[in-house]
Write a protein that binds this ligand. Structure first.
Ligand code: SF4
Ligand code: SF4
Length: 210
């Protein structure tokens, strides 16, 4: 039988994910524009650039991580899945390139209000990486997508906190180091002049729409 995740670790995970959300907020309207572009391509039956479509529409992290995610979410609400399914974004009968859309995707973004799958919590898609590179926050990158631990030298503690490796432990200092590093990254990203940041984001959005 699968052991339930450690509640202290989930509290730490939630603490870290909130800080990561502050980092991702600096991408402004990138994800909403990406989603709108994807919806419009689907409606127009245009599958050009489909591998650049909104990740939540082409992936299904709920399905891919079902066992662990269900263990985590059920600690707080046994009916979590039924609730998100009621509000899932409806893409009709359109077939998507991957196994998406993810059932946790609602009309305004992810319906999971905390403890999202690890990949969703740390993923940097190609558009994000290009933006970070053009803003000189990261050097060039060789592959896409990456996880946050690929651009900041950090121990990959989130899968352990989420309950994937029951035999491994995370020390308090490791959690604090992780938080410190993400806060520093967030400060660097946020300290760039907002108009400059928005211009680069819009530039990348336009390039991906071509
Ligand atoms: S993370 Fe990247 S691929 Fe996913 S919705 Fe945002 S911009 Fe699009
Ligand atoms: S769980 Fe949320 S963030 Fe992750 S793929 Fe599904 S909708 Fe997107």
């Amino acid at each position: 039988m699968t052991k339930l995740p450690n509640s202290q670790y989930l509290t730490w995970f939630n603490e870290i994910e909130k800080i990561l959300w502050s980092f991702y907020k600096h991408f402004e309207n990138l994800c909403s524009e990406c989603a709108l572009y994807t919806i419009s391509s689907v409606k127009n039956s245009s599958r050009e650039n489909r591998f650049n479509w909104c990740c939540c529409m082409i992936d299904n992290q709920v399905n891919d991580n079902w066992e662990t995610l269900n263990n985590v979410q059920s600690r707080f609400d046994n009916n979590w899945y039924e609730k998100i399914k009621k509000n899932s974004f409806d893409l009709g009968r359109n077939r998507m390139p991957g196994n998406g859309p993810c059932p946790a995707l609602g009309p305004s973004g992810c319906l999971l209000t905390k403890l999202r799958p690890v990949t969703c919590t740390t993923q940097l898609c190609e558009k994000m990486l290009i933006i970070l590179q053009r803003l000189k926050i990261i050097p060039g990158f060789k592959s896409v997508p990456l996880q946050i631990e690929d651009i900041v030298p950090l121990k990959n503690i989130l899968p352990i906190l989420y309950g994937y490796h029951k035999d491994k432990k995370v020390k308090l200092e490791e959690k604090l180091e992780y938080i410190k590093a993400i806060k520093e990254l967030t400060t660097r990203f946020g300290s760039i002049d907002r108009q400059i940041r928005k211009n680069i984001i819009n530039e990348v959005i336009l390039e991906f729409k071509k």
